[in-house]
Design a binder for this molecule. Structure first.
Ligand code: PLP
Length: 485
């Protein structure tokens, strides 16, 4: 090994052992020093570099840890490796530590498993909250898309609150429902889920309490929990939230908001009556308790049009109203809206801008076309017809196989039937035994942690044949699990 003329820089911020480590590693990488070469002893190196022996020892230990050199009693310290992968390799950062310290909690484990199982096309999806692929408006989409390619020649960042043309159409769409607002009070979001995120970030303090229906969609999300926000469930009956319980919880819990899904609630399917809507608005106005009204399922009425939204009677800007095309047109376009007090909408728009600089232009333009050209309404008409067939078929199958083990109500719209078993069951065990038989269910305790009796059946995704087969298997698994307790 030729004489060494290099010396570590004592003024450098890089520790001297690290400089020596890098120097030797470079020599090996460049091929100046090759496998089998003996390195000078630690003493010789210390003299050559004009450093303490302990500094050289530290550098040698690090080179050994990377597998580049080895100390052999008889032969001294030998270079044993010069492969590129070893020279390039560094211990990766401890990502686990970083992941654990992120504030957003991971998804519920059952939901992760459901999402994974849903990727397997052989599985019968009895819980899926989305339209079946064959029900999606493909023909409309194709012609809108072609038309957009010809007509829209710029897709840059949109306005803070979203594409103005779309917001104008959303206002026109809401007016017949009794919601009369201007586009400044509308924020386009990437689905209602994003609106909920913005609310949790923008207008709720840590430690706040949210009142919700006893079983609710947002219990299945960890986003509020991640922001330190708690839920308190309010009892329901066939007409929606029970006002007396709402009043009691509002006085005891001092909540910050009420979150409700009045039309075809997820997961119970319940449709809130007109009387209840009025009573709840009046109570919340008196208590100065803001309402988040999630009307995601509104368009999916199967028997008759639902009552006007709570927002329609709101004269004091008590209600933040949310709508989405996810369940009635396309979940993947990721378009929804939130409507309310301009100050709140400005605040949420500002946070959205900081988050993603606006929702996808192409999705907003497509949604605009659906609304402006009347395609949305004509598509939904045929969708309702198909969904009604599926709902009635599912109810028939339930009568056939479940009447001795569960009860349920006929939903007047939406996707869901909330089964209540006659006896408590080990939910996770049932979930597992079903998916082993090729059927994915959504256990009720995702939506109400205290429930050991409920299963959310969705009739929107599976075909009629799969609905029948899946439900037969589910009934069999329930009976088996109950008898093996
Ligand atoms: C009540 C309710 N709100 C919101 C969402 C999410 O909607 P989006 O796809 O618009 O984010 C769902 C989806 O299941 C839902 O059930």
């Amino acid at each position: 090994m030729a004489q060494i003329h290099w010396k570590p820089d004592k003024q450098s911020l890089v520790p001297m052992h690290k400089q020596i480590f890098d120097f030797i590693k470079d020599k090996i990488a460049l091929g100046d020093w090759s496998i089998g070469n003996r390195l000078p002893t630690q003493m010789e190196m210390a003299n050559a570099f004009d450093v303490n022996r302990s500094t050289v020892l530290e550098a040698y230990e690090a080179l050994k840890a990377e597998g580049l050199i080895e100390s052999k009693k008889s032969a001294g310290t030998i270079i044993v490796n010069n492969t590129w992968s070893v020279l390039a390799s560094k211990a990766p950062p401890n990502w686990e530590k970083y992941i654990e310290s992120g504030y957003q909690k991971p998804n519920l484990n059952v939901i992760k498993i459901i999402n994974e199982l849903n990727l397997d096309s052989k599985m019968i999806r009895l819980g899926a909250g989305e339209l079946a692929p064959e029900m999606s408006p493909v023909q409309y989409m194709k012609s809108i898309y072609d038309h957009l390619l010809m007509d829209v020649n710029y897709m840059g960042y949109e306005e803070e609150k979203g594409l103005l043309q779309l917001r104008v159409e959303v206002c026109k769409y809401l007016k017949p429902m009794g919601i009369d607002v201007n586009p400044n009070k509308v924020l386009i979001v990437s689905g209602v889920l994003q609106a909920l995120h913005l609310i949790s970030m923008g207008i709720l303090r840590r430690g706040a309490t949210l009142l919700t229906e006893q079983a609710t969609y947002i219990q299945s999300l960890t986003l509020f929990e991640s922001h330190g926000i708690n839920f308190t469930g309010v009892a329901m009956d066939g007409e929606g939230l029970i006002v007396a319980d709402l009043l009691r919880k509002a006085s005891v819990k001092k909540p910050e908001l009420l979150y409700t899904i009045p039309s075809f609630q997820n997961p119970t399917g319940v449709l809130m009556s007109v009387k209840r809507r009025k009573a709840i608005l009046s109570l919340c106005e008196k208590e100065r308790l803001p309402i988040i009204e999630d009307d995601t399922y509104r368009e999916l009425w199967l028997d008759e049009e639902p009552p006007a939204p709570i927002k329609a009677g709101d004269k004091n800007e008590t209600v933040l109203y949310m709508g989405s095309i996810s369940k009635s047109l396309s979940a993947g376009m990721r378009v929804g809206w939130i409507v309310g007090s301009e100050r709140v909408i400005n605040r949420l728009a500002d946070i959205k801008m900081q988050t993603d600089y606006g929702s996808s232009s192409i999705s907003q333009w497509m949604c605009y076309e659906f609304l402006a050209k009347g395609y949305y309404q004509s598509f939904i008409k045929s969708l309702r017809h198909e969904l009604k067939i599926k709902r009635d078929f599912t109810l028939k199958i339930l009568d056939q196989y479940f009447s001795d083990i569960a009860t349920w109500q006929k939903p007047a719209g939406g996707f869901y039937i909330w089964l209540t078993l006659n006896k408590n069951i080990q939910m996770y065990r049932l979930f597992e035994s079903c998916y082993r038989q090729g059927v994915v269910i959504n256990p009720g305790n995702i939506y109400d942690v205290s429930s050991n009796k409920n299963i959310r059946i969705s009739f929107s995704y599976a075909s009629l044949q799969d609905l029948e087969q899946g439900l037969m298997i589910l009934a069999r698994m329930i009976k088996l699990n109950l008898s093996n307790r």
